[in-house]
Write a protein of this length. Structure first.
Length: 236
């Protein structure tokens, strides 16, 4: 199997520390677990998926490989495939943010053992950040990668406490702190989308549409201020 990973998966893999035991929940094609073992990054990986099709392919990929003894392929939903304390890192990537929150919410006994979370939501990233803040987690790293015109946000969190303002929920506290080099193009794309939403809302009538329009306009102004701040910082 090819060891070449996408930018997205490479960024996720970079959040795993050498020698850690990892769970890749919703592993899909299984590229990430095999990469983590072959590169001697992870000591052991649980590769799980709800669907039997991807799991069958992962089994085929690892059964005659040097990684076979260090990859455990399991079928099941979310974190129910794990035993408390079995892994040190839980990866949830390539799925919606609401789904990530539901999976985490459903397994308090697994999270009670304080694993590190590496999350890459496809949608509702602000909802994931809010869930972490509300449930005693601290975001200690974030990354942002662009691949084939799409941006992916990656969040790493450990047990702790934090409070996030609206801008940090939307953009990411660590991405802002780092002044991440991909933030400006990322935010410009967000702004472009918001302007399209405003155009559509401008054609709608009613109190609800007006309220939504004000909310989008407020968000738009905040993002434009962040871009201005980042642009000024890059000139220094």
């Amino acid at each position: 199997m090819s060891e070449v990973l996408s930018k997205r998966l490479k960024a996720i893999a970079s959040q795993v520390r050498p020698g850690e035991k990892v769970a890749d929940i919703g592993t899909g094609h299984g590229l990430l677990p095999v990469f983590l073992i072959k590169k001697n990054i992870a000591a052991y990986v649980v590769a799980s998926d709800l669907n039997p099709g991807p799991l069958k392919r992962v089994v085929e990929q690892v059964k005659n490989s040097i990684v076979a003894e260090r990859v455990s392929v399991r079928g099941g939903y979310g974190l129910e495939v794990l035993k408390p304390g079995e892994v040190e890192v839980i990866i949830l990537s390539g799925i919606g943010g609401e789904n990530i929150c539901e999976i985490l919410e459903a397994s308090p006994e697994i999270l009670a053992r304080n694993p590190r979370l590496v999350l890459q939501p496809m949608t509702s990233v602000n909802r994931v950040r809010l869930w972490l803040a509300d449930n005693g987690w601290l975001i200690n790293d974030e990354d942002l990668v662009e691949e084939e015109g799409k941006f992916y946000e990656i969040i790493a969190a450990e047990k702790g406490s934090m409070s996030l303002n609206i801008t940090e929920l939307e953009i990411g506290p660590v991405l802002l702190m780092k002044k991440h080099p991909m933030l400006v193009p990322f935010l410009k794309k967000k702004i472009k989308h918001m302007r399209k939403v405003l155009t559509m809302l401008g054609k709608a009538k009613g109190e609800e549409a007006e309220q939504k329009k004000k909310e989008v306009e407020n968000s738009l102004q905040k993002l434009e201020k962040v871009i201005s701040w980042l642009s000024d910082a890059q000139k220094l």
